[in-house]
Design a protein around this ligand. Structure first.
Ligand SMILES: Cc1ncc(COP(=O)(O)O)c(C=O)c1O
Length: 431
């Protein structure tokens, strides 16, 4: 009798699984690994500004204890006030619940939902959702599509068809901005989603973790702006807002509980679950009001976003001359997705490397998708570690890279190495 309900292989988080593979490969290649897989600015040379560090250090002495289960009251009040400055339904401090990072919030939500109700997810999308949804329901996750022909907006007809065919869908997940694509939903799309949410009585979960990283002239539209009286949860956190993902701090904002007994109950269940875990991390909660009300924060966001936008543009420019690839124009976040519709090397039954490497990779290669094989080949040729695009779900083939590398020369070298490898791979395909 197995001890666990699921097997380890049922848990899939490709953004970090590739790290294990890269570490296995590393002793066999004479190249340093370039970690372009994880959205962590700190790992790509970004330093926390002195003023932020100073505020955190000064707060530490008062942050060594537990905090209340639902979160630090003053911080919840502060965040409720921030929320209420934006258009849409207002909330109170009681409508906010803290977690140890948004990853914890997602896992907690997926744990408490009944297996009889389904959450429909965007495809491609952040893999934690699809993995946890599939584990929770013992069925493949259900997805709606983003349309390449319409600026990666939600295919509302596809979504409505799925809602008609699956009355068990009770929750709709939005990723605004999208990870992996870095694209944004327009106001029109959001209004269309609101109509469907109303028509099919859905609870909307809007993951807005990249909300502060939107590039000019684009504007971020929060679900809050269109939600009216629809019961919804906004997911927010500091992992991407601040160069401090290790703080592990995220929270849920429950909106329109007064219109939904279901949402009220869901909030209570999540609060009770958090109580069993005592509480979330205290230090970041105590620092949030200080950091978020500091006049230096906005200019820092603006500077960071200009940096990410410049990097995105550079990727576009460099890959323009590479045949067979298409770079998705990101409007937000710090990733670039590169589509390679016809992937070279994908048909090889056995890995095409040295005998030792082939042995190390034999199992991984056997079941790997075409773009995973391409990413493995790239890793071995160049030491560059990327995430295959197919691992975010859907039919797209290619890779997602970060545009975080702080050092200009290293970033240019990275792009040039990628460009030559892509060209080399096309030649291999042609041969
Ligand atoms: C869309 C999305 N949601 C949630 C998370 C998890 O964030 P956290 O670091 O707060 O757990 C991530 C992390 O990359 C993400 O991309």
């Amino acid at each position: 009798m197995p001890l666990t309900h699921h097997r380890a292989s049922d848990y899939s988080y490709p953004i970090r699984e590739i790290v294990d593979i890269a570490n296995l490969v590393s002793p066999h290649i004479s190249l340093p690994i370039r970690w372009e897989n994880i959205g962590d600015p700190v790992s790509r040379g970004h330093k926390m500004p002195e003023w932020m560090l100073d505020l955190i250090c000064k707060t530490l002495p008062e942050a060594t204890g537990y905090c209340p289960t639902r979160g630090v009251e003053k911080t919840r009040e502060f965040l409720a006030n921030q929320h209420n400055r934006e258009p849409g339904p207002t909330i109170q401090a009681k409508d906010i619940l803290f977690f140890n990072g948004l990853g914890d919030a997602i896992a907690s939500l997926m744990t408490v939902l009944s297996p009889n109700v389904r959450m429909i997810l965007p495809e491609p999308g952040y893999p934690s959702y699809s993995t946890l949804e599939a584990l929770r329901c013992e069925h493949r996750s259900i997805h709606y599509e983003l349309l390449a022909s319409n600026d990666w907006q939600v295919d509302l007809d596809d979504l409505e068809n799925k809602l008609k065919n699956h009355p068990e869908i009770r929750l709709l997940l939005l990723l605004q901005p999208s990870n992996p694509l870095g694209t944004l939903m327009s106001l029109k799309t959001m209004q269309g989603l609101a109509e469907l949410a109303r028509k099919y009585s859905l609870i909307v979960i809007s993951d807005e973790i990249y909300r502060e990283h939107v590039f000019e002239p684009e504007e971020f539209v929060s679900w809050q702006a269109v939600s009216e009286d629809l019961p919804s949860i906004l997911l927010k956190g500091i992992s991407k807002d601040l160069p401090w993902p290790g703080a592990r701090c995220g929270w849920m904002e429950f909106i329109n509980c007064q219109h939904s007994e279901e949402l009220t109950e869901l909030q209570k269940v999540l609060e009770k679950k958090k109580m069993l875990e005592v509480c979330a991390t205290t230090l970041p909660q105590l620092v949030i009001p200080k950091l978020f009300s500091d006049p230096r924060l906005l200019p820092w966001y603006e500077e960071s976003n200009r940096f990410y936008a410049r990097r995105q543009k550079l990727v576009q420019d460099v890959f323009l001359s590479v045949p067979g690839v298409q770079v998705i124009q990101a409007q937000a976040a710090f990733y670039t997705s590169v589509l390679i519709p016809s992937i070279p090397l994908c048909d090889l039954i056995h890995p095409p490397f040295t005998p030792e490497l082939n042995l190390v990779l034999a199992n991984t290669w056997k079941t790997a998708s075409s773009d995973t094989r391409f990413c493995l080949w790239l890793l071995i040729q160049t030491g560059i570690c990327l995430v295959p695009l197919s691992s975010f779900g859907g039919r797209l083939q290619g890779f997602r890279m970060t545009v975080l590398q702080k050092d200009e020369a290293l970033f240019e070298l990275l792009l040039n190495d990628l460009k030559s490898s892509l060209k080399q791979a096309q030649l291999l395909k042609a041969a």
